[in-house]
Each structure stands twice: as C-alpha cells, then as structure tokens.
Design a protein around this ligand. Structure first.
Ligand code: MLT
Length: 428
C-alpha cells in the first residue's frame, strides 16, 4: 500500500502520493497540487523541497552520514583515489582494473588544451579572481568543441566531453593561478598522476627542477575525494537547472563554478583564512574573537563553523582534521595563522556556547588550513573545491539528462502592484 498525504483547504480535501527512497526518506509528490487545488508551495532556499530523486549521494545531517553510491565517505577517503571515486560517481559502480586504467589513460591523454586558450587567458588582468578565469575557460570549451553544444549527442560523444572536463580542469585551474602571479604557464606532465600533475603545473618554475611531495599529493587526493559530491547543494542544483534547459555540459559546469564562488558556498574556505589573517593582524587574540562571536550585538561571525545540513558534525571535517594534523606534522609547518585556527578549534569543540549551537569546525575550516599548509594561495581555495566537486557535478548533470528531467522553472507568489492605468509622469 503506497502512502499518501492529505491537505484540506477552503473546505476541500486533497490527497497526494508520498514517495519513499531507499534510505526511508519520504516526500509528498506535489506534481498535481496546482492543477487540483490552485495552490503552489513556497519554500525560499528550498530547505524543505526536493528537486529530484537521485541515486548518486546520500547524506544524513543528523547522523553525520555521507555516502557516494552507497560507499561510506570514510572508506573512500581512506582506501580509494580521486579518479576511482570520480568513476564511481559518474558511472555508478567502482571500475574494474581495466576500466580504471582506461579511464585514467583517457584523462591523461586529454590534459593538454588548445594553444588558443592561452590567448583568452592572456586577456585577463593579473588581479582577475581565479574562479572567474576558471569558469570562463571551461565555458570556452564550447567554442573549441562545438559539437558539445548539443547535449543529446551519442553516449560516446557525451563521454568524450566528460573526459575532457576531468582532464582539462586541473590545467585551467593551474593556469588561472599562473595568470594571477604573472608566471608562464606549465604544460601537463603526463608521466604524473592526477594530483601530482596539477601540483607541478601550479608550482613548477622555469629553469628550476620541481619534485612533487608525495605527502602533499596524497593529502590533495583525499581532499578532492571529500569534496566530490554533496547531494543538491547550491552549485549542483545550478548545474542541474542550467543543464535542464539543454545547455551544453560545459556551460552547465561553468555555471556551477560561478555558483560555488559565493562565500556562503564554496568561498567559505577562503573566508576562513581571511578571518584568521584578520585576527592575526589584530594581535592574534583568539579569545577576543571567540567573545565577539558570542556577543549578539557584535557583527563578527566565525567562518568555518557549523553547517546548514549537518546538525551534529560534518563527517568530512573529521577526516580532514586528521589529514590536516598529519600534513602539518609531516611538513613541519609553523604558521601563527594556523596556531590561531587551533585555538578556535579547541574552543569550538569544548566551549558549551559553541557546542550548544552546533558550531563545530566544518569541512571549510580544515580544508582552508590544509590548502594554506600545502602552499596553495587563499583565493585558489575555492578553485580547489571546484576541482573536487567536478565529478559530482558531472554525475548529477548526466543523471538529470538520462532521466529526461523537465526544464527547471519554479513558480512564485506575486506581491507587487495590482493592475493600474498608465499615466506618464513625463511631459514629452
Ligand atoms: C557542499 O559540500 O556543497 C557544502 O557543504 C554545501 C552544502 O552541501 O550545502
């Protein structure tokens, strides 16, 4: 017997089906609500509204659970690799040895980008934020691969676009950084693994030998896994809505990058370090700022604490915290900003004020610390988030297309002026 929910309004009763997913989450299917009752629902920020059904990622905010295609994030972060996780998210199953080797080889083979893209890059001033450069370069792929403009091409052609995105995103990300520091770009080194190749493109300098630190590369691979997908967050919902108009996958991903840029979303890790640097510049008194955070009359808010979905703890933060401790120890990092971070973290985990308000350190708090320790500049942190989230965006775009989902077009409740006659105020 399928469940249902009843609504009574103005003396009429309406019944709607309730669907239940594989993790016993239930939703009222209101597809026929407006036709039956003339009513719509209103839910700014969609906090109580499901936009789709999805088989990709499951999270439980109360229990601190995060799984990709049913696999626990703890297991994947410890035992898998970013490319294996990308394959899992996009194609639905873990790859066989042969599938993984082919996937990895395809990506390696497509890391190079059209030489004309350097001309687009050179058009950006050095103060251009790397996120704006990244979204532009990704969107420019529509020009270099015009067949991608039709998202309904063969599975092989769509898959080629997916491989190109995964392969060229690290190149574009590193080039965006090189543009910012005024250094010549580095071409991919296809003898290296995904993360090592990215680090070398980021930090290698002409006439200097650059050896990738395996500790840094391994930490980065883990960070990318932890950021790979997260249900229908702001940027993923953006990718799905843009893709629902049948815009190309490159245009959809470019839109997702721009949505991630905001400080309330992917920009939070950049804001964490900017907050820590401001505290350091003001004398480094962490307790002063903890007191300010408690003062309801003080506009100061702690960045990197709490989460809109996880009510008790962010499972990714627990994993990243350990990775941060390992990396800082192995690299022997001694940074007063990170010392301030440790003081804030200790308070958030032990001070009843923060415990009561679930203001625990989240994934952005620790990822900002690690990226800084890895030598990645602050305004590249959100680019790193985008690098990690790319396979999730791709998987969600692919699922939306394969499910033949309709164009995303929400309704509204109008609260403006009622009909009125036009009388011009301008004597022409
Ligand atoms: C994410 O991973 O996308 C962020 O935690 C934000 C979110 O899920 O809303």
């Amino acid at each position: 017997m399928s469940e249902s929910a009843k609504l009574s309004f103005k003396g009429q009763e309406y019944e709607f089906p309730v669907i239940t997913g594989t993790e016993n989450e239930s939703a009222i299917d209101i597809a026929k609500l407006r036709g039956a009752s003339g009513l719509i629902t209103l839910d700014p920020g969609f906090k109580n509204t499901g936009s789709t059904t999805s088989a990709i990622t499951f999270l439980d905010g109360e229990e601190g659970i995060l799984r990709y295609r049913g696999y626990k994030i703890e297991d994947l972060a410890e035992k898998s690799s970013f490319l294996e996780v990308a394959y899992l998210l996009i194609y639905g199953e873990l790859p066989s040895q042969a599938e993984y080797e082919n996937f990895s080889k395809e990506i390696t083979h497509h890391t190079l980008v059209h030489e004309d893209i350097k001309k687009i890059l050179e058009g950006f001033p050095s103060n251009a934020h790397p996120m704006g450069v990244l979204s532009s370069l990704i969107c420019s792929l529509t020009a270099f691969y015009p067949d991608s403009l039709n998202p309904n091409r063969s599975e092989e052609e769509v898959n080629m676009s997916i491989i190109r995105l995964l392969a060229k995103m690290p190149t574009f990300a590193a080039w965006a950084y090189k543009n910012e520091v005024g250094h010549p770009v580095n071409y991919p080194d296809n003898s290296l693994d995904y993360c090592s190749n990215f680090l070398k493109m980021m930090f290698a300098l002409p006439a200097e030998k650059y050896d990738v630190d395996p500790v840094v590369s391994a930490a980065l691979d883990k960070l990318l896994i932890l950021h790979a997908d997260h249900e229908q967050n702001c940027s993923t919902s953006t990718v799905r809505v843009v893709g629902s108009s049948q815009a190309s996958i490159y245009a959809s991903i470019s839109a997702g990058i721009n949505a991630l840029w905001g400080p309330l979303h992917g920009g939070a890790n950049q804001s964490v370090i900017e907050m820590l640097e401001a505290i350091k510049a003001d004398g480094g008194d962490a307790k002063k700022y903890l007191d300010k955070a408690k003062d309801k009359n003080d506009p100061f808010r702690l960045m990197g604490f709490g989460h809109r979905v996880y009510k008790n703890f962010d499972p990714r933060a627990r994993i990243i915290k350990k990775a941060a401790d390992d990396v800082l120890t192995k690299l022997g990092v001694n940074d007063p900003v990170l010392d301030i971070a440790k003081e804030l973290e200790h308070a958030a985990l032990n001070d009843q004020y923060f415990i009561d308000r679930k203001l625990y350190p989240n994934v952005d708090f620790y990822s900002g610390i690690i990226y800084r320790a890895l030598g990645i500049p602050t305004d590249m942190f959100t680019v790193m988030f985008a690098l990690g989230r790319l396979p999730g965006w791709i998987a969600q775009w692919k699922e939306m297309r394969e499910n033949g989902e309709p164009i995303g077009r929400p309704r509204q409740i109008y609260v403006g002026a009622n009909e009125r006659d036009y009388v011009s105020m301008n004597k022409r």
